[in-house]
Design a binder for this molecule. Sequence first.
Ligand code: DC
Length: 222
Amino acid sequence: MSGHLLVTLDGPAGVGKSSMAQELAEALKIPYLDTGAMFRSVAWKLGQGSWEWDEARLAKALSSLEFRLHGSGAASSLSLNGVAVGQEIRTETVGLWGSNLAKLPVVRDFLKRAQQDVGKASPLVAEGRDMGSVVFPEARVKFFLDADVNVRAKRRFDQLREQGKSPDLAELTESIRVRDEQDRNRAVAPLKPAPDARIVDTSQLDKAQVAALLLEAVRERL
Ligand code: DC
């Protein structure tokens, strides 16, 4: 069990976990770990169809991967085998590949160990799907963010538009819905709130309101 401050943020795709993790980490002056980026990076590195490999092949490929967390606050960043994880993993397709790999115990066990190693070395805001329920059950503060799938899809849509892209809202909504269903219904570490997590529905709140609410809750607990 770690003596560090651990804050966990879990929730479905597109609910705003990453931006809230950054805000909290910046305010608390500690690093944040985007564990979805770890699943995405493994998927990107091993490639399409790797979720159909046999377990021995997957285990061997995983054993050659090393994640490191650098920096702190909003400037926290992840590297894989010494190379910074970049924007190449931030597509809905790579998100779905990550979700496919995330069903496999061999992948989950490997990443759980890597995530716990980071949490042992440093205080942390950890965001993902099973941070409070499985990876850091001892965390001092746990949140589960949720929002209606249409609200999440619209937020992602606006974000992509801001980046100069031309997303299709119906396609985006469908891909988020498929990924949610897969993440919620898998046998190992499905997406669900830890029993002691505070559930925050962000459907009617803007970013600043969610950040203020989370920060106040963390400060109350400390
Ligand atoms: O948070 P994200 O969209 O970047 O995550 C990509 C996929 O990785 C997600 O659909 C399921 C998987 N994932 C997981 O199973 N457990 C985590 N802690 C984080 C992500």
